[in-house]
Design a protein around this ligand. Sequence first.
Ligand code: UDP
Length: 248
Amino acid sequence: MNPKIGNLLYAGKAKDVYKTDDPKRVIVKFRDDITAGDGVKSEKMVKKGFYNSLISSKFFEVLENAGIKTQYIELIEPGYMLCKKLDMLPLEVITRNIAAGSLLKKFPFKTRQELNPPVIQMDYKNDEYHDPMLNDSITIALGLADQEQLDIIRDITLKINSVLKDFLLSKNILFPDFKIEYGFDSSGNIVLGDEISPDTCRFWDSKTCEVLDKDLFRKGDSGVMDAYVKVASLILSEKDIKKWKIEL
Ligand code: UDP
């Protein structure tokens, strides 16, 4: 592989991060593991890493083209993404356009209620505490970020939501909600990191409302991988499909 993959830096639930020869760059390997419920439910799904790396790369490219800074440099080959090394913030920044999932369990929203303006929620990324919902005071008191950084994160997140929502709608996909993570690059800028994939977003077919994301796995339904492949087939260009010899 070029650039050469170095030692393992960090292993997450579905991705590994490796060093490269350049201290400012890492290789993110998308694994085939799929987990839910703080990792309590865990399985392997053949080719999930392959498709999620392609889907995430596509979204990062769309965002870079819209002027949003991301950690993405290039897809070396499916499964392996070359990225800027970030110092990650332990925040799960969730944006909601349609009420679904835990929001319906915690608050009296109606199922599929439209949320306009979108709802932004930040959770503390910490399995031991089960990712509790934060507010700005708690985030600042914990020393996770300051007010200015939180305001910047909200601004970038709203822009990301607007760019991706429009892009997805043009591909006949609704975007009820998604989770993103940020980190600091070597110059101290707040940069979008992690992934954007059916593992971390809700995607619904805009014509049929068919679920095309990890909710299928959470509920124990079949056809999880077929849904991920369908997302890839809807968003990737003919050029991407030919380049990576993707079988859809
Ligand atoms: N999400 C995620 N990781 C988490 C929690 C949520 O990627 O640890 C994503 C999830 O896929 C969905 C959005 O954030 O797209 C909102 O999730 P929600 O709070 O509804 O939680 P859920 O009920 O999906 O666990």
